[in-house]
Design a binder for this molecule. Structure first.
Ligand code: NAD
Length: 339
């Protein structure tokens, strides 16, 4: 069993912890919190040993009925792999600690590529992870882009990509962020950081991205255009997506044309926390013009798509499963992500 510690039990950390616990070859040896919160109660409910950075706060936790197993250092020492899911920028500060302990660690998309020196996506570069001490699972938007662009590149060759990201304003629980009545250019200058971020995983892809933020909390929506090297048909592209275990086609017959309806559908499927782990590519939007010009819309659930990638990244770093497809299959099966 791979012993996994989750440093930072928030939006991403709590999902990764549950995904780790569901795997047949991994166990959660601990999660960390900085203060008493609803999430600390959930960690207790799930039976995850809880560790805190500042032991002087132990009485506050215990007064709230939450047992503290020890300090974060003890948790990190006991782990084979640390998933750092702290807020962007904190991972960089934690890196020297992991270095000192000689522990493998996975950072999230809020950190720069340089913090890990290796950026990861299971379908694109699983086998390159072995031998690295650190990896970074790229952000939710970049993960969504990498999946679809890599699949198209493998099948038809990608000449260039132009994509617009319409980003959610805040996560559903984030009451301090906006906008609540605006469309914000993010940034107004072009390109946005998403293209260069994609190139940390797929360096050969010619890509320009634009982004804006809108007042919604559930999912980003991408509008993607690609020039392909080989001529193809819409049916061939749909087959590529149908065969990809982390791209889901939102069928025309479902009548879903918005993030809100997709959320309702995911909820009705009984997915934990309404999580859509796969890209939601709208079947109706998949178009090929003049044989080589591809278009689509896709929905990306920001809180969820990076979760299975973290699981594969753990196996890739530890080197216990050599075949990416095998790891992806194990992860998907344990989560209940059916292609
Ligand atoms: P979050 O704020 O929801 O959770 C972070 C957790 O870390 C909280 O539990 C907080 O208490 C804890 N924490 C804060 N400071 C800490 C410290 N010094 N040591 C240990 N724990 C600490 O953040 P999040 O949304 O889960 O984001 C985590 C990372 O994942 C970021 O890099 C972010 O960019 C990335 N990410 C977020 C999303 C998203 O949509 N939320 C999507 C993809 C990637």
């Amino acid at each position: 069993m791979i012993k996994v510690a989750i440093n930072g039990y928030g939006t991403i950390g709590k999902r990764v912890a549950d995904a780790v616990a569901a795997q047949p070859d991994m166990e959660v040896i601990g999660v960390s919190k900085t203060s008493v919160s609803a999430e600390a109660y959930i960690a207790k409910e799930r039976g995850y040993p809880l560790y805190i950075a500042d032991l002087s706060k132990k009485p506050t936790f215990e007064k709230a009925g939450i047992e503290v197993t020890g300090d974060v250092d003890a948790m990190l020492k006991a782990a084979d792999v640390i998933v750092d899911a702290t807020p962007g920028g904190v991972g960089e500060k934690n890196r020297p600690i992991y270095e000192k302990l000689g522990k493998k660690a996975i950072f999230q998309g809020g950190e720069d590529h340089e913090v890990a020196g290796f950026s990861f996506n299971a379908h694109a570069n699983y086998n390159e992870a072995e031998g690295h001490q650190f990896a970074r699972v790229v952000s939710c938007n970049t993960t969504g882009l990498v999946r679809v662009i890599h699949a198209m590149d493998q099948a038809f060759g990608v000449e260039r990509v132009r994509a617009v990201m319409v980003r959610r304003g805040a996560d559903p629980d984030d009451v301090k962020k906006g906008p609540i009545d605006a469309i914000v250019l993010n940034p107004a200058s072009i390109p946005s950081h998403h293209g260069p971020d994609l190139q940390t995983v797929l360096p050969h892809i010619n890509i320009v991205t634009l982004a804006m933020i809108v007042p919604t909390t559930f999912m980003h929506m991408h509008s993607i255009q690609m020039d392909l090297k080989k001529e193809t048909t819409r049916d061939e592209v749909l087959k590529v997506f149908e065969n990809h275990s982390r791209i889901g086609l939102v069928r025309k017959t479902m009548g879903i044309k918005s993030n809100a309806q997709l959320r309702e559908y995911t909820q009705d499927l009984g997915r934990p926390r309404t999580d859509l782990w796969e890209n939601g590519v709208f079947e109706e939007s998949v178009s090929i013009l003049d044989g080589k010009e591809f278009y689509c819309f896709q929905a990306i659930h920001q809180e969820a798509d990076v979760v299975p990638e973290n699981i594969d990244c753990i196996r890739a770093l530890v080197g216990t499963v050599k075949d990416p497809e095998e790891s992806i299959r194990m992860t998907n099966e344990a989560l209940g992500l059916v292609a």
